[in-house]
Design a binder for this molecule. Structure first.
Ligand code: CA
Length: 476
């Protein structure tokens, strides 16, 4: 979809009031009106408790339907409310993506005794014990669901590792022993082998596991009507499994959308991943996020390098650009929150340029009262509207000095130009070309900071920007 915008519809400390789905249903039309074309929902499956954000994945098949882990509903509501939200979003013309937590499971119903080897925390290829019996939480029987939708019972041999031995009360990383069993070799190379992240680590090499996860995917697509998946923690999941799963889905649903979280500040590593998954999975542009973060933190940051080593520069068609997310929030696992003064600039960089599929963060749209953050609703609604009205056509860059960059979207037959100017230092100005056809037109600063200007006879205007800010200009 041209000029689409993805909304991440949750943040980490969103209230566990069971009302998110109902709110999304109520807001569907207004989200569509500001230009939201797709919504990334939080993980739908039952987590370890009603407060679980969803990444403490317990049961894929319980989407708020069974009285397990303390309640029928999840943090976000019941399955019926989820279905109503999806229907309402679809009716508003918005696609809905499910957050799939395929790396691990947490909160087993029973513990089991089996053979395992303790490995080095920092080099998971290094064994530091002989095979011996441990007792760990690996048996998932889902007594409340009682076999509805799937009678699959997870056992220790469906996992590759755990982090706790109940027999000795030891916290350590244990690799589960079995015939031909090892960590998945095609995961990230950090810590020797980064297959293991947390909880009971799923063995994606086990044929029964592959079948079960295909069934789960099919259910989410056919029964729940999702239009895409956001894969959690791809760095820790076998690439060949993801490749097989996406092939399986695309065969049934050509055009089904995939985006993955591959949290790595390395463009080559991400390009390698795109290649290994046959370019079926888009990735969040983590390197761009870190460039935006650095630019917001360091006065000596050269804005002309903002796209250096980013995915959106290397593979514009595969990059989902974002400012922050639930994990980069202050205090969370990947904390790297972009400074307040730079947030409007960062959104201009993802919303007004030609490349990338921008993802808006709910915390910026409605604020995060739990973190005493008011958000920037009016600014973002305005910017999304401008993206829909004016961010079209060729893009002329003016990457002028370390503290001043800008660009002009030249427009097309149906849309007039858009001019963007950013300064990370003092007030500044730049003479930019918008087109001969614009001669004599008045251009207004839609960010509301500066006075209107007039385009000269040659099609140029002298655009201004306030200190440490961004201005964006369109024809009056
Ligand atoms: Ca794993």
């Amino acid at each position: 979809m041209q000029n689409g915008i993805l909304l991440q519809a949750f943040y980490w400390d969103y209230p566990a009031d069971g009302r998110l789905y109902r709110r999304l249903k109520e807001e569907a039309t207004s989200l569509a009106e500001i230009g939201i074309s797709a919504v990334w929902m939080p993980p739908a499956g039952k987590g370890t408790s009603q407060e679980d954000v969803g990444y403490g994945n317990y049961d894929y098949w319980d989407l708020g339907e069974f009285d397990a882990k303390g309640s029928v509903r999840t943090k976000y509501g019941t399955r019926a409310e989820l279905e109503e939200a999806i229907t309402a979003l679809h009716e508003a013309g918005i696609s809905v993506y499910a957050d799939m937590v395929f790396n691990h499971k947490v909160g087993a119903d029973e513990s089991e005794v089996f053979q395992a080897i303790m490995v080095d925390q920092n080099d998971r290829n290094k064994d530091i014990s002989v095979p011996h019996d441990i007792e760990a939480w690996t048996k998932f029987t889902f007594p409340e669901r009682a076999g509805k939708y799937s009678d699959f019972v997870w056992r220790y041999y469906h996992f590759s590792g755990v982090d706790y031995d109940k027999l000795t009360g030891t916290n350590a990383i244990y690799r589960i022993v079995g015939d031909g069993k090892y960590w998945a070799e095609d995961t990230d190379e950090e810590k020797g082998n980064y297959d293991y992240l947390l909880g009971a680590d799923i063995d994606h090499n086990h044929p029964e596991v592959i079948e079960e996860l295909k069934s789960v995917s099919q259910f989410m697509i056919e029964e729940m009507k999702y239009d895409g998946f956001r894969f959690d923690a791809l760095k820790h999941i076998s690439q060949s499994f993801i490749d097989e799963l996406t092939d399986f889905i695309i065969e049934k649903r050509p055009g089904f959308y995939f985006v993955g979280e591959y949290w790595h500040d390395s463009k080559p590593r991400m390009e390698h991943y795109l290649d290994k998954t046959s370019y079926t999975v888009d990735l969040f542009d983590v390197p761009l996020h870190f460039n935006l973060y650095e630019a917001s933190k360091r006065e000596d940051f050269d804005l002309r390098t903002i796209f250096q080593d980013t995915l959106v520069h290397a593979n514009p068609m595969k990059a989902v650009t974002f400012v922050d997310n639930h994990d980069s929030q202050t205090g969370q696992s990947l904390s790297s929150w972009i400074e307040p003064w730079f947030r409007e600039i960062a959104y201009a960089i993802i919303l007004f340029r030609k490349d990338g599929y921008p993802c808006l963060f709910l915390g910026d749209l409605i604020g995060i009262p739990e973190a005493e953050y008011d958000g920037m609703a009016d600014t973002l609604v305005n910017m999304c509207t401008i993206r829909g009205q004016n961010a079209y056509g060729e893009q002329d860059n003016y990457f002028v000095t370390p503290t001043k960059i800008g660009w002009v979207r030249r427009g097309d037959d149906e849309h007039t130009p858009l001019v963007v100017l950013i300064s990370s230092a003092d007030a500044d100005e730049e003479r930019m070309f918008v087109g001969e056809a614009e001669a004599g037109q008045t251009y207004v600063d839609r960010s509301g900071k500066n006075e209107p200007i007039t385009i000269d006879e040659a099609g140029y205007g002298i655009f201004t920007v306030a200190p440490r800010s961004v201005t964006y200009w369109t024809r009056e």
